[in-house]
Design a protein around this ligand. Structure first.
Ligand code: DX5
Ligand code: ZN
Length: 222
C-alpha cells in the first residue's frame, strides 16, 4: 500500500492549518515536516514551535524529517511536541550517537526512521535497520524543495529494498525529492512505498487532484 506524504515545506506558512486540512481532506496519508538547521544543510526551515501549532490543528500522522547535526540533542523534543515519526540522517553523527537517538524516539512512543543522502551508500544503513521502522532514501540533495529527481539514485533504492527484505521485512521505504507524476512510477518500481511530495502537491491549486494523480501514477508500471 503506497502512502503519500505532502511536504509542508512547499505550503503557505501563513495559513499552515488550512493547508494541512486541505491535503488531509484531499486524501494524503501523512504530513511530512522538514526541519533544517543551517548546518547539516545550507538552509533553515521550521522547528519545534511550528510543530506544536500544527499538532494542535490536525490529527494527521506527522512525519518529521530532521536535517540537523547531532539529532540526539533534539529527537525526543520532536516526539514530545507531536511527531508520530522522527527520521534522522545517517550522516549527522557517529553511529553510537545515532543509535541512542533512534532508541530515544522509540522510548518516547514514536516511530523512528533513518535517512541517507544521494551519495551515501545503502550499506551505511545496516547498523541501524534493527532500530528503525522506516528508511528514507533522498532523491535530491537535502535542503530545498523544488529540485529535480536524481534518477541515478534508483539502483541504490532497489538495493535498499533488497536489504530491507533480507534484514528488516516490514520496514517502510520512503523517497523524498523531486517526486511527481513522472518520477513516481520509477520510485515505486524500485521499491519505495512512501512518497514525499512538496511542490507536486502544494504547488498545485487542486491539492486533492494532485494527490489522486500521484496515487494513480504509483500504479503505472515504470
Ligand atoms: C528537501 C526536503 C523535501 C522537500 C521535497 O530537503 O527534505 O521534503 O520538501 O520537495 P519536492 O517534492 O518539491 O522536491
Ligand atoms: Zn523531507
Amino acid at each position: 500500500m503506497i502512502k503519500i506524504a505532502p511536504s509542508i515545506l512547499s505550503a503557505d506558512f501563513s495559513k499552515l492549518g488550512r493547508e494541512a486540512e486541505e491535503v488531509g481532506k484531499g486524501g494524503a496519508d501523512w504530513l511530512h515536516f522538514d526541519v533544517m538547521d543551517g548546518l547539516f544543510v545550507p538552509n533553515i526551515s521550521i522547528g519545534l514551535p511550528v510543530l506544536k501549532s500544527l499538532r494542535a490543528c490536525t490529527d494527521m500522522f506527522i512525519d518529521s524529517h530532521l536535517m540537523i547535526d547531532r539529532p540526539l540533542r533534539y529527537a525526543s523534543l520532536f516526539c514530545d511536541l507531536g511527531s508520530d515519526m522522527v527520521t534522522i540522517h545517517a550522516e549527522a553523527d557517529q553511529p553510537v550517537e545515532l543509535i541512542k537517538a533512534l532508541k530515544d524516539i522509540h522510548e518516547h512512543g514514536r516511530k523512528a526512521g533513518i535517512a541517507i543522502k544521494p551519495a551515501t551508500p545503502g550499506s551505511v544503513l545496516l547498523p541501524y535497520l534493527e532500530y528503525v521502522d522506516m528508511v528514507l532514501v533522498m532523491t535530491v540533495e537535502p535542503g530545498f524543495g523544488g529540485q529535480s529527481f536524481m534518477r541515478d539514485v534508483l539502483p541504490k533504492l532497489r538495493g535498499v529494498r533488497a536489504l530491507i527484505e533480507q534484514y528488516k521485512p516490514g520496514c517502510d521505504l520512503q523517497v523524498d525529492g523531486g517526486i511527481d507524476v513522472s518520477t513516481t512510477p520509477l520510485a515505486v518500481d524500485s521499491g519505495a512505498n512512501i512518497l514525499v511530495a512538496g511542490s507536486a502537491v502544494f504547488g498545485k491549486t487542486d491539492r486533492a487532484k494532485a494527490i489522486a494523480d500521484l496515487r494513480a501514477a504509483a500504479d503505472i508500471k515504470a
